[in-house]
Design a protein around this ligand. Structure first.
Ligand SMILES: *[C@@H]1O[C@H](CO)[C@@H](O)[C@H](O)[C@H]1NC(C)=O
Ligand SMILES: CC(=O)N[C@H]1CO[C@H](CO)[C@@H](O)[C@@H]1O
Length: 331
């Protein structure tokens, strides 16, 4: 989603410590939320800390870990991390901000997903310089090469570009990350058409994406799925109480047929009974197919969402108070 939207990533509720009688052990490796802030104000580049963008709240993350989450997706802007050109050097202010939040999350034993929230664009232009993209990822991966709780997310929601280019960019990122010495981390890859699960096959993105290779064999296919009529994640209404499962089925079949792992990297619905039923149906479908679905992340949390329809930020985000209590068995 855009910076006007948030994701709560996944945390596993599996911990034996927490589990009251009704909770079953989670089948998911990753449960959590997107943690927005550092990608906000993306029309202001480089932007000012505290004015145009901010970093996620550590206390909020601790609270969500207490609720059973174990994975936090941290959207950032590629241009803020490396401002001049993709082959350039880091901006120390922004890089230190990222270091701090990554250190906090992973220090708690949770996963921190580094998510360049760029839609396959750098300064608004579609990224066609595949080698430059690899250089950007090389710089990033070197920074966290020794932290196995970091997850590298190639790019948020490629869209309206060639499927072959998207696959090439993903493969280059994988190669650059491994060549930088970051060999233990998961890599989440994203496809074209906003990496929508419901369009994974029909858009044609699956073909090239299915051929990606990784010497560490830790690729996870990140797909996004919203449950409103156009799937954009902009409405409180869900199409039906069964739409979640229906929109995932083709992707589930593809993951199984191709022996791949998937993660639902963004999902949300409004705080109402139809959406809650649709979310439960979708997560139940994923739990039934946990051989291929490794988890889910809510969109979104973060300190600047205000009264956002999908807000998961504690203590009063509408999704935190109205939806999360109905999803605990899937954490
Ligand atoms: C580096 O980042 C800081 C804060 O994000 C910003 O104020 C500064 O202008 C940036 N410098 C460059 C050269 O982009
Ligand atoms: C539903 C939603 O708002 N998803 C958003 C997740 O975050 C990215 C980046 O901020 C947006 O582009 C998505 O639209």
């Amino acid at each position: 989603m855009k910076f006007v939207e948030i994701l709560v990533a996944a945390a596993t509720i599996a911990s034996a410590v927490a589990a009251p009688t009704k909770k079953r052990a989670s089948k998911f490796e990753f449960v959590g939320a997107n943690e927005s802030g550092a990608e906000f104000g993306n029309t202001a580049l480089p932007g000012r800390l505290g004015k145009d963008y901010t970093w996620p709240e550590q206390n909020a993350i601790s609270t969500m870990i207490g609720k059973g989450m174990n994975t936090f997706r941290v959207p950032i802007m590629m241009e803020r991390f490396i401002p001049s050109k993709m082959t350039g050097t880091v901006n120390a202010t922004y890089a230190e901000g990222l270091d701090n939040i990554v250190k906090f999350i992973t220090g708690k034993g949770a996963y921190a997903i580094i998510d360049p929230h760029n839609f396959g664009r750098y300064y608004s232009n579609i990224i066609t310089d595949v080698d430059g993209f690899g250089a950007w990822w090389s710089t990033m991966a070197k920074r966290y090469a020794s932290n196995s709780k970091v997850i590298f997310d190639t790019n948020n929601e490629f869209h309206d570009e060639d499927n072959a280019l998207v696959a090439n960019l993903n493969q280059k990122a994988i190669n650059a990350i491994r060549a930088a010495g970051a060999t233990s981390q998961y890599i989440f890859v994203e496809g074209n058409s906003w990496t929508g699960a419901w369009h994974w096959i029909s858009s044609g993105t699956a073909d090239g994406m299915g051929k990606l290779t990784d010497p560490s064999d830790k690729i996870v296919y990140e797909m996004h799925q919203y449950l409103d009529s156009d799937g954009s994640g902009t409405s409180e209404s869900c199409v039906s109480s069964t739409i979640g499962k229906e929109r995932l089925q083709a992707a589930t079949a593809w993951l199984k047929a191709n022996g791949k792992k998937g993660i639902l990297g963004e999902t949300a619905g409004g705080s109402n009974s139809q959406c809650i039923a649709a979310l439960q149906g979708m997560l139940g479908h994923m739990a039934d197919n946990s051989d291929v679905w490794s988890g889910w992340l809510w969109w979104g949390a973060g300190p600047w969402w205000g009264n956002y329809i999908y807000g998961m930020e504690p203590p009063s985000g509408p999704a935190y108070t109205g939806i999360l209590p109905s999803l605990t068995q899937y954490m």
